[in-house]
Design a protein around this ligand. Structure first.
Ligand code: HEC
Length: 173
């Protein structure tokens, strides 16, 4: 799925080609403790929430199935479609990769704070409202099985034992 059909930040130039891989780190911070990755000064501010272990964090009461739903399907535990979060990139992660990724995140150092921020200017909200921009949850074919062969993104992860590569998802050279 192309990002341009959905992410309101798609019009912003990315910092480098490495960003195209959209690792969790780009939007949730290197330590998973939340990151304001878009602030154009014109009313569009988007921050990924703190997804590390820590009191009061959005994932504090996550059960294993909640991780699967959020990462693969772009849906929060209460059933709310997550905005901006590119779950279409992660929908077909193998069970093994997903388990390694969640294991890695759950062992990050606990930090507090870092709530999600999704503030969109009125025209962008209108595009959402009229269905021109979709959340990942609305784009994903939720019935697809995990990809039997790794996607190019994951082919670059030579060291599959260190699952921090799954979190970063950036080229390792
Ligand atoms: C392009 C930016 C972006 C990337 C890349 C990204 N996320 Fe997110 N993520 C977000 C935003 C923004 C939210 C908050 C969405 C909302 O609350 O509607 C979010 C929310 C979440 C949540 C919380 C859901 C909840 O219960 O409220 C989890 C868990 C999460 N992301 C995990 C991940 C993981 C793991 C990765 C990497 C595999 C990842 N994200 C990659 C932007 C991103």
């Amino acid at each position: 799925m192309s990002q341009s059909s959905r992410c309101p930040c798609a019009t912003t130039p990315r910092r480098s080609s490495a960003d195209a891989s959209r690792g969790c780190v780009d939007c949730h911070g290197a330590k998973g403790n939340g990151h304001m990755f878009h602030d154009d000064g014109k009313g569009m501010r988007i921050a990924g929430p703190n997804i590390g272990p820590g009191p009061g964090n959005v994932v504090a009461s996550y059960k294993p199935e909640d991780w699967v739903r959020a990462i693969r399907h772009g849906v929060a535990p209460g059933g709310r479609p997550l905005m901006v979060m590119p779950s279409e990139d992660y929908n077909r992660l193998t069970d093994e990769d997903l388990a390694a990724l969640v294991g890695y995140i759950r062992h990050l150092a606990p930090t507090e704070g870092g709530a999600a921020v999704v503030e969109l200017p009125l025209p962008v909200r209108a595009l959402y409202g009229f269905g021109f921009i979709h959340d990942a949850a609305g784009e994903i074919d939720h019935a697809l099985p995990p990809m039997p062969t790794p996607r190019p993104l994951f082919l670059r992860m030579k060291n599959r034992i260190d699952s921090s590569h799954l979190f970063r998802a950036t080229p390792d050279s």
